[in-house]
Write a protein that binds this ligand. Structure first.
Ligand code: SF4
Ligand code: FES
Length: 251
């Protein structure tokens, strides 16, 4: 297969960026999107040009590193997969493909398609840790957790921190990510002790990082490769408001 790529090139955070056109020829339909970029980079390197910088790690859909905006879609046009799981057979031969980094003020471009997503790590860190002593494994297993709660917690915990929800959101909000991280603890007995303070601290950090506010567009849920539901946002909003009201009434 052959593709014409329009790739965002930017030499550093302060440099102006621009789209540069590349031909990707002799690409196997079975190769992944990242393998296609590998082939292009091999050719760029062997002709003395600088390869395209992009983030990746596991290439198995589990680490969240491979965030790319492909023809205006975070992780590409196929729902429910990461960029590393996207295969070139989903594109037409001869197609033009526009490749950009995640666009959000809280995700500054490091180089080309690589953005700094450490703001997401700081939101998790602001939530602190579960300080309840749950004992050893047998004790923890003896703690009853309703099946529905454990499954909802597990669904929230599938968030891989890729940031596609931020990139898809017209407000560059990080609500879906933050809600997933807060909710998977809030649904379990071990997460109850710090539940209110965790919600307040994570929302405060989200705002401090410069993410926008959620206005229920739903683009986040549509873009999420792990199917994290917006129900989690409602859950976090409930916890946040409760914590806020309790803090007000204790003044
Ligand atoms: S909620 Fe979904 S889109 Fe957002 S960071 Fe987690 S896995 Fe990625
Ligand atoms: S490289 Fe790990 S999810 Fe794509």
């Amino acid at each position: 297969m052959r593709f014409t790529l329009q790739v965002w090139r930017q030499s550093g955070p302060e440099s102006p960026g621009e789209f540069v056109e590349y031909e990707a020829a002799d690409i196997s339909a079975d190769s992944s999107f990242l393998e296609m970029l590998d082939v292009v980079n091999e050719r760029l390197s062997s002709s003395g040009q600088e390869p395209i910088h992009f983030d990746h790690d596991c290439r198995e859909g589990i680490c969240g590193a491979c965030g790319l905006m492909i023809n205006g879609h975070p992780h590409g046009p196929i729902a429910g997969i990461t960029t590393c799981q996207l295969h070139m057979r989903h594109f037409s031969d001869g197609q033009r493909i526009i490749i950009e980094p995640w666009r959000a003020a809280a995700f500054p471009v490091i180089k080309d398609l690589v953005v700094d997503r450490t703001a997401l790590d700081r939101i998790i860190a602001a939530g602190g840790y579960a300080s309840v002593n749950t004992g050893g494994a047998p004790d923890a297993n003896s703690l009853p957790v309703a099946k529905e709660d454990s499954e909802r917690a597990m669904d929230a915990a599938t968030c891989i921190g890729c940031g596609a929800c931020v990139a898809a959101c017209p407000n560059a909000a990080a609500q879906l990510f933050t809600a997933a991280k807060a909710t998977h603890l809030a649904l379990l007995p071990q997460g109850q002790a710090e539940r209110q303070q965790r919600a307040r601290a994570m929302v405060a950090q989200m705002e401090a990082e410069g993410f926008g506010y959620c206005t229920n567009h739903g683009e986040c849920q549509a873009a999420c490769p792990k199917g994290v539901s917006m129900d989690n946002i409602a859950f976090l909003n409930y916890d946040f408001r409760k914590a806020w009201l309790e803090a007000l009434s204790s003044r």
